[in-house]
Write a protein that binds this ligand. Structure first.
Ligand code: GDP
Length: 424
């Protein structure tokens, strides 16, 4: 029996997609257990370059079964478009290698619309939403006002359910936001169109997974975003509206009887953050521009320039603990090769005291970074494939981070390609 979760330790965009793509070789099933089309995983392999938003990153491996669990925000329109894109690039998708949980709730067009309306209302106090409808979707889910994918198989009952939801949702749209009401025709057209398209892939994935687990199939849980974006443990309210922590994987995947044995935490060799909220280690000016360019730090979904900074030991150690990471994949080490000295945010200064503890969200904006510098290696490391190939200064950097965050760094990634990896 083998279960493993690949999770982000920081703000997301750590390079989880490339790690899942690399490790899927060792797994039979890959499951997405939370989130929706709001984040992107970039995967580069022999079939090309792919920006995945909803599809599990195991779809490129023949024989791997990919599951969208009950915990995801099932945006049928975006999913269908993504499926067509991937198929056009030569990746086969069939009900045999892609399964959608009948218990996943549908993200409806009004969720995206409400996301935009609320961000506009917030004006200069925006949460930095990607406007993919994720927050309105999960709010509705917890109010039990969403449609389960499996309801598509009961069209008459679904129609009644949709009519009730429409009446309720139009109150918010028209009276709170002054937006036009959605008509039943518009709603039905969307549901019928995209619902029919994804219907062949919908099944009882909980039963499928329990069965696979009993048969000792190796199951990989794939998370989106990272610890600091977790709804309960992240930098509230600048979080996502679901739980990227590994502890949620059994619930969000539908494999509630499983324990996650291994948790691979993905950490980038420096920090990036998309959107609003405290980002203690943030760099500015020319220093930031150089790092952003070197790492090509622009959002996979939005194209927004990412905020950048040195690795943040305080936030990363917290992320490791919250995730219960059993080993770490350190990505993009190659990006730091241009630096003479490598900056590291080693501690925070908070209310006049030095601290190693990650502060409560209310205090976090008051924290200041304490930056120290390690020796740079100033040489291209992207062709290194063995630990011994890395220059001493690069090894020292990895060992320093490992010691400070308290978790073994098993993988060191030195490029985006599948084989650009050092396994210790
Ligand atoms: P994810 O959401 O955690 O999968 O991260 P993203 O896909 O947003 O960001 C990772 C980006 O970095 C992608 O463009 C990857 O191809 C790229 N990448 C991943 N690992 C490495 C690495 O070790 N070196 C370099 N140069 N790029 C990498």
């Amino acid at each position: 029996m083998s279960t493993c979760a690949i999770v982000g330790i920081n703000w997301g965009d750590e390079g989880k997609g490339r790690m899942v793509d690399l490790l899927t070789e060792q797994y039979d099933v890959v499951v997405r257990y939370q989130g929706g089309g709001n984040a992107g995983h970039t995967v580069i392999n022999d079939k090309g370059k792919f920006a995945l938003h909803l599809l599990p990153s195991g779809i490129f491996r023949p024989g791997v079964v990919n599951v969208l669990g009950n915990g995801v925000a099932l945006d049928a329109e975006n999913l269908w478009n993504e499926m067509q894109q991937v198929i056009s690039q030569g990746v086969p998708l069939t009900p045999d290698n892609l399964k959608i949980s009948s218990r996943a709730s549908l993200l409806l067009p009004w969720h995206r619309q409400l996301d935009g309306l609320e961000e506009a209302r917030l004006a200069d106090k925006q949460y930095g939403s990607t406007k993919q409808g994720i927050a309105p979707f999960y709010s509705d889910k917890y109010q039990k006002k969403t449609v389960l994918a499996g309801e598509l198989f009961y069209p008459e009952k679904l129609k009644e359910h949709l009519a009730d939801l429409l009446e309720w949702k139009n109150l918010t749209l028209t009276r709170v936001y002054g937006a036009p009401a959605v008509t039943m025709e518009e709603l039905l057209e969307w549901v019928n169109d995209y619902g029919e398209k994804i219907k062949p892939y919908i099944c009882d994935t909980g039963a499928y997974l329990r069965d696979a687990y009993k048969q000792d199939k190796r199951i990989l849980f794939e998370a989106q975003l990272g610890s600091l974006r977790d709804l309960d443990f992240g930098i509230v309210p600048y979080t996502t509206s679901s739980n990227p922590v590994a502890a949620y994987a059994p619930v969000g995947s539908g494999l509630t009887n499983a324990r996650v044995e291994d948790v691979i935490g993905v950490v980038k060799a420096y920090s990036t953050c998309v959107g609003e909220g405290p980002f203690t280690c943030e760099m500015f000016g020319e220093e930031a521009d150089k790092l952003r360019e070197a790492g090509f730090e622009y959002g996979a979904k939005t194209g927004r320039p990412r905020r950048v900074g040195p690795i943040d030991i305080v936030a990363t150690r917290y992320g490791v603990e919250v995730q219960g990471a059993t080993e770490i994949a350190l990505t993009k080490l190659d990006v730091l090769s241009y630096l003479d000295k490598i900056p590291v945010c080693t501690r925070y200064k908070l209310y006049g005291e030095l601290t190693d503890e990650f502060p409560f969200p209310s205090a976090l904006p008051d924290a200041e970074p304490v930056t120290e510098y390690l020796e740079g290696w100033k040489t291209d490391i992207s062709s290194c494939r063995k630990w011994e190939d890395l220059p001493k200064a690069a090894q020292d950097y990895v060992l320093y981070v490992e010691e400070r965050i308290g978790c073994f760094i098993k993988y060191v990634s030195v490029g985006p390609e599948r084989d650009s990896i050092i396994i210790r």
